[in-house]
Design a binder for this molecule. Sequence first.
Ligand SMILES: *Cc1c(COP(=O)(O)O)cnc(C)c1O
Length: 381
Amino acid sequence: MSNPYSWLNKSLETIHRAKWHRSVKTIAGTPGAVVELAGQPVVNFASNDYLGLAGDRQLIEAAIAATETYGTGSTGSRLLSGHKPLHRELEAAIAVWKQTEDALVFSSGYLANLGTVSALVGQRDLILGDQYNHSSLKKGAILSGATAMDYLHNDLADLRGKLINHRSLYRRCLITTDSIFSMDGDLCPLPELLAIAKKFECMLLVDEAHATGVMGKTGAGCVEHFSCTGQALVQIGTLSKALGSLGGYVAGSAELIDFLRNRAATWIYTTALSPADTAAALKGVAIAQQEPKRRRKLWHNINYLKKQLSHLELELLPSASPILCLNLDSPEAALNLAQKLLSSGIFAPAVRPPTVPTSRLRLSLMATHEQQHLDKLLESL
Ligand SMILES: *Cc1c(COP(=O)(O)O)cnc(C)c1O
């Protein structure tokens, strides 16, 4: 008799042989520009905490106060017993910031994408997604049962061609895109995508996970950055990156949000976001707007590092965000560089195929990086 689990070991061997095996690294202490990795202090270029809010006293105190008032768990789904005043406050604050009629908070950005995509389209429908979209959009497309096609990265001609060939064969059509692409740091051409969506009668979903708090005058994201506020859009994002907490959201029309409350399975059948996470996110949303100096510092850091990197003989991938990638010839070269940087106290991960098409060192910047941190990185490079 064969062991029905023996394939696990074989699969792991294959993963190891391909050098694709990953494991977790333990980070100690509070989030910040310098963290402790395996007992060694390192300058952190691997965090999504763009505004430095995840370790901020104000968020910590908001989370403690909410825990004292409401306890640790929210005890039920939103539609049953889990809905707290804090959830509605957070949704109202997001809607005001994004200038949409309403918003809905999910337990993570991943769940927001899965639930929204699979609620908006079904078997008679078409999804056209950018080939570099986040995993949650791709898995949401599979879950929806719609016909899913990728278009070439930011390639409007390819998208238009696919719509001309296929749009009329389907009932509804949803175009999906990250607004800042998470592994490259470039932006989607949002105004052009909106025009195409309108022309071909498509819904457009934009994932602002890396852009919320970072892009636009008030930090509302790429929609604000491109002056597309108020347009018909499904805006998704996370509370877990620049906002320093945990959770995801959808912002859009009152009809969209009411529909999702009735049809998004990843919202209906899961426990409401915890009081601590909700309160921390609410504080994060307020600070992201009230303290624009954080965003100014972040952009100062981005512009400084980009300028200095251009003097080194390294290939910087096109970026308009805090995510800066140095292109490298091979997975080994990327791993080597990451390892060398680590031994000089710099934490910047190598990202390799199959996650991305070409190997690279991925740097993400924060408002909490000081000049000395950036100079240490440049010196080491
Ligand atoms: C991080 C990320 C998500 C998932 O958000 P979580 O809140 O971490 O689940 C979704 N989309 C994109 C583009 C992301 O970068």
